[in-house]
Ligand binder design. Structure first.
Ligand code: DGJ
Length: 686
């Protein structure tokens, strides 16, 4: 059987031809490669049920779950897929592969794609599904792009990130002995409830090889983790949610599935997190420079909908004084927006609040030495808006069912070309008429209850919506590369690897209470990098963990990612403003290492002492948070060269510590910044 081997930085991904398609031979450490176990097949299964196929369809498999559910126009369900002989082709210097499967019975062709990167341990996979019929539509009630045969079985320990609005990215683990774990979103946005990423390790212990699978999709989705009893691989697949949409292929049409990413690490869960973050930083991000992760001042918490030029400029004065680099006017600036009940859709400066338009505010912000940024929510509309009055047919409607409002808004049907064109035109107008270099794109309701009665492809509305969202985000990148884009959906509702490839930073949660935020950030950092983690200092209280904290604590929480300020600095006295300026200056000194260094999380935010370490080639930054009364501690550092020597800059007499000692005895944390937090900086001296 011919095999193809794709290399990543430290692993191999090996596939081989088989009768029913392409199957996995090995994924992981090349040194641990062995003959694949022959799955014992019961008389109740077909060979395709037992084979670790890369992707298959019901009709090819008979007993086990498959990635494609196909319905033909003649009432026949399923597809008998086979590999087209000679179709497997290596591409891109051994880092890519393409194979063609065909189901003559259904009139379906499936192009499988695999792509690796020689610098990272991540494999990217997707499929192009094409109707080769001459008549009749194919309905794809499930259109997943790949299955990953994760060699950790039987069963697996599955780590996930779960949550709710304002409680996103909470880590949970499931001991999945057998059966299926199904996670997803039916909300048209990605990640309030579940993040589309899972980590798998063997049930009998981690520490060794760990595998991750992520779905790069920003709409409704579903992932299936399928632990077939006694099988050595656990199958992980995913794609568009198959409860809320159907993809229809007319003759000759094709559909490219959302991409799935598979990550590997020889160093357990901590290593897997490093694999993800390095890939997102190195491949998905357009860069990690500070030009697209400036210190933001955002006026939302200070003003809510009460946006007035003079007040905004007063805020801008203080914001510039404490070191903000961009001033972002959040919700409330556009026509009729006095509350969340009106105005969405009317993207012109409100004439009462801004009699001379946005120009005086933008000019005032620039004069204060900051960039100017704006908030938009292009996918939604209030019933009370000129846009809705002019185009009541532009929103999703499920037939005669009454429209549902959430946060008093409807969802615009971006799947209609004229609506996407309107959204593109609105963004172009705003970004060319005003000197905007920072745009926060928000979405504050579920993209639910869609449909387009009469349109035969309208049942794919949810997929079409997400595609249009991605195209609009790509437009921003291509036509306005100088604009920093912050992705947000009512907090962390839309955080996934597709968004990371199209934005610069993401807003992980509307929870900005410092201890609760720290817990959210801890989970976030297990799958995503600090360079995209927007985090503001606000005056908001904690809801869950209400132990009191110092002002410094709030700043150090924000320093763990991309620091911003969302408080009302006009309410700060002179001493508080001076302290804020010092803390922003400290952040600016360490941010390069925070955004580009290797991240290690020490402990859990619920512990007496919790720390996050950022290790760059020449500098180590340790952010530490403590419970009241924790006292001086030492934190053993990770990943240092034992022979390297480090010193604390500016400390006199200069104390030199070696990597071995810092790793074993730990670095002393004096809590000089505040009794409940500290920032320890170590510079390598040789
Ligand atoms: C939800 C966002 O997460 C907040 O930061 C803020 O922009 C509000 N929407 C505004 O409506």
């Amino acid at each position: 059987m011919t095999e193809w081997e794709l290399r990543t930085a430290r692993s191999v991904y090996v596939v081989a031809e088989s009768e029913a398609g392409l199957e996995l031979r090995h994924w992981g450490d090349p040194a641990r490669r062995r003959e694949p176990p022959v799955a014992r097949r019961s008389p109740f299964e077909s060979p395709a049920d037992a084979a670790p196929l890369e992707l298959t369809a019901a009709g090819t498999r008979h007993a086990q779950v498959s990635e494609l559910l196909v319905q033909g126009p003649d009432g026949v369900d399923g597809a008998l897929l086979g590999l087209v002989p000679g179709s497997v082709a290596a591409e891109g210097d051994g880092t890519a592969l393409r194979a063609l499967l065909r189901a003559a019975d259904a009139g379906l062709e499936v192009e499988l794609h695999v792509r690796t990167s020689a610098a990272h341990d991540v494999v990217e996979r997707w499929a192009v599904l094409r109707s080769v019929r001459t008549t009749g539509d194919l309905q794809l009630t499930r259109a997943f792009g790949a299955a990953w045969n994760v060699p950790v079985g039987p069963g697996a320990r599955v780590a996930q990130l779960v949550g709710a609005w304002s409680r996103e990215f909470t880590p949970v683990e499931t001991d999945l002995a057998a059966g299926q774990l199904v996670i997803g979103s039916r909300q048209g946005i990605t990640s309030h409830l579940h993040s589309p990423v899972v980590a798998l390790t063997p049930r009998d212990g981690g520490g060794g090889e760990a595998y991750g699978v992520a779905l790069a999709w920003s709409g409704s989705w579903r992932m299936l983790i399928d632990a077939v009893p006694f099988r050595e691989v656990v199958r992980v697949s995913g794609g568009p949610d198959d409860e809320t949409g159907v993809v229809t292929l007319a003759p000759g049409q094709e559909f490219e599935t959302p991409h799935l990413l598979g990550a590997w690490s020889p160093d357990g869960m901590a290593g897997l997190a490093r694999t993800w973050r390095a890939y997102q930083r190195g491949v998905l991000a357009r860069g990690t420079g500070v030009e697209h992760r400036p210190v933001v001042y955002n006026s939302w918490y200070a003003t809510r909908f009460d946006v007035r030029v003079e007040h905004q400029l007063a805020l801008a004065d203080v914001a510039a004084g404490v070191g903000a680099e961009v001033f972002v006017v959040d919700d409330g600036w556009f026509t009729g927006r006095t509350s969340d009940r009106a105005g969405l859709g009317d993207w012109y400066a409100d004439r009462e609040k801004f009699p001379d338009g946005l120009a005086p505010l933008a000019k005032g912000v620039l004069e204060r030495g900051m960039r100017f940024g704006l908030w938009v929510e292009p996918e939604a509309v209030n019933p009370d808006s000129d846009l809705y009055r002019a185009h009541p047919g532009w929103v999703y409607r499920a037939g005669e069912r009454p429209l549902t409002t959430m946060r008093n808004q409807y969802v615009l049907d971006l799947g209609r070309p004229e609506v996407e064109e309107w959204a593109a035109g609105t963004l172009r107008r705003l970004l060319t008429e005003h000197p905007i270099t920072y745009l926060k794109w928000d979405m504050n309701r579920a993209v639910s209850d869609g449909g387009r009665p009469g349109d035969p492809r309208g049942r794919a509305w949810s997929v079409q919506h997400t595609r249009a969202y991605h195209r609009l985000m790509a437009l921003l990148r291509e036509e306005f590369p100088h604009v920093t884009v912050e992705a947000c959906a009512g907090g962390g509702g839309r955080v996934d690897n597709a968004v990371l490839a199209l934005s610069d930073v993401v807003w992980p949660s509307d929870e900005t209470g410092p201890r609760d935020r720290l817990a959210i950030q801890h989970g976030f950092l297990s799958a995503y990098p600090p360079s995209v983690m927007s985090s503001w200092v606000t005056d908001e209280p904690d809801r869950l963990d209400t132990a009191p904290v110092s002002a410094e604590f709030r700043f150090v929480v924000a320093m763990a990612g991309v620091l911003g300020i969302g408080a009302d600095p006009l309410a700060w006295d002179a001493a508080a403003r001076t302290r804020a300026r010092e803390l922003v200056a400290l952040y600016r000194e360490v941010r390069e290492v925070v955004h580009t260094g290797v991240v290690t999380r020490h402990g859990d935010p619920r512990d007496a002492v919790y720390a996050v370490q950022y290790t760059g080639p020449d500098r180590v930054v340790l952010l530490v948070w403590a419970r009241p009364g924790a006292g001086p501690v030492r934190v053993p550092l990770a990943g240092l060269d034992p022979a390297a020597r480090y010193r604390v800059p500016g400390r006199i007499p200069s104390e030199v510590l070696d990597g071995g000692e810092l790793s074993e005895a730990g670095v002393p944390v004096p809590f000089t910044l505040a009794a409940d937090c500290d920032v320890v900086v170590l510079d390598r001296v040789r």
